[in-house]
Ligand binder design. Structure first.
Ligand code: CP3
Length: 358
């Protein structure tokens, strides 16, 4: 295996010394880039773009051409799994995802199956292989999936923005049914992520976007327990390299020690969590990724630089921080502000990695 030209991101995930803080942005390939909108137009719509490995490769690389990012992330979506389960996914422009056949009846839930990644999700594996070849060992490629609970929210609600009424009703009244869905989802996510690793993904991130909407006990039983199962069953090594796993529960700041105890390598933080306090809590157990408020990128380069500086100071000296936004980049971000963000991390972070203070 030829070595990576830039392994700063992978080293930071494993809390190894680096000479600066690596940086990437959640949703770094997306609508704030005019070239992305142009490629999506060529594909027809968002889902067709995800299902076309040539075009998915093209958009994955677009932000890397513009900015000095330390990682690429597979261009796809977390909803590819429920799509492969036959729930009938569509993305209506400006409205977000919709499922034609959300899970409401018990028989629909009993009929759920674990899709075979090599068959139903082959286009994702093809994209991973193609992106790796295109990256040519410049920076590592992140593979990803939604968490079993976050996927269940979309599968049950059928769309976003519903306050999870159906999901939570099921959670309290028919926990057996929700557990059945989560069990199938955990098996599907494990197989899907292991197939991505087999196809060339060099790090894995699991997006638990809606875990933070749960009550404390419900989070442990219906989200964290399934994240734990996946962490236990992932292929954590490939060709002699460790495959680090990042868990991101949005709104999960109160559960950091429990998340760290799953045995993941890093925790993604949203912007509501104090990075310094988080570092104290998790100690040497995991790396931390985050957590600038994406709204900062709507301002101006000077304000962005100040906020980047504050975030770096909050983590403080030493290794094990991956700079990122606290959630996906807004589609209204001027690309020159994203550039100012990445450059500020490059310029200001080496001071936090000097020998004396490391
Ligand atoms: O980070 C990246 O660049 C990789 C690509 C990526 C996308 N979605 C592309 C996308 C990733 C990692 C995701 C994850 C995802 N998808 C999550 C978890 C992360 C998070 O944001 O919390 C969720 C909840 C989804 C489901 C989803 N996909 C929603 C709710 C929407 C609509 C919301 C919106 O922003 O419009 C999408 C669409 C989507 N996924 C877009 C992109 C670039 C925009 C679609 C378009 O081009 O029209």
């Amino acid at each position: 295996m030829p070595t990576l030209q830039n392994d700063t991101f992978l080293r930071a995930l494993l809390r190894k010394p680096t000479d600066r803080t690596p940086v990437w942005m959640m949703r770094q390939a997306g609508r704030y880039l005019p070239e992305y909108n142009e490629t999506r137009k060529r594909a027809g719509d968002f889902l067709s773009l995800c299902k076309n490995p040539d075009l998915a490769t093209e958009v994955t690389l677009q932000p890397l051409t513009r900015f000095r990012l330390d990682a690429a992330i597979l261009f796809s979506d977390i909803l590819t799994i429920p799509d492969a389960m036959g729930l009938g996914l569509t993305f209506v422009a400006g409205e977000g995802p919709k499922f034609e056949r959300p899970l409401r009846q018990e028989w629909e839930i009993r009929n759920l199956f674990v899709p075979d990644p090599a068959e139903h999700l082959r286009y994702v594996m093809d994209a991973v292989g193609q992106i790796r070849r295109a990256l040519d060992n410049s920076v590592p490629l992140i593979g990803f999936s939604g968490s079993p609970f976050t996927l269940a929210c979309y599968m049950i609600e059928g769309e976003g923005g519903t306050d999870f009424a159906h999901t939570k009703k099921m959670l309290y009244q028919r926990p057996d049914l929700l557990h059945h869905i989560l069990d199938i989802n955990a098996q599907a996510v494990t197989a899907y992520l292991n197939a991505q690793i087999e196809s060339g993904a060099q790090a894995i991130m699991i997006f638990d976007t809606w875990g933070g909407a749960l009550a404390h006990d419900a989070y442990l039983e219906f989200s964290l327990a399934y994240l734990q199962r996946i962490v236990n069953q992932l292929s954590r090594e490939r060709d002699g390299n460790t495959i680090p796993v990042i868990l991101f529960t949005k709104g999960g700041g109160q559960w950091l020690e429990l998340i760290a105890a799953t045995g993941c390598d890093a925790i993604g933080l949203d912007w509501t969590t104090d990075l310094a306090a988080a570092r104290q809590q998790v100690g040497q157990r995991v790396a931390l990724q985050g957590n600038l408020d994406p709204a900062v990128l709507l301002t101006d380069p000077d304000t962005i630089t100040t906020q980047v500086s504050n975030t770096l100071a909050s983590f403080g000296h030493g290794h094990g921080h991956i700079f990122n936004l606290g959630h996906g980049i807004s589609q209204f971000t001027p690309p020159e502000n994203a550039a100012a963000f990445v450059e500020a991390v490059h310029r200001l972070s080496p001071a936090y990695h000097t020998e004396k203070n490391g």
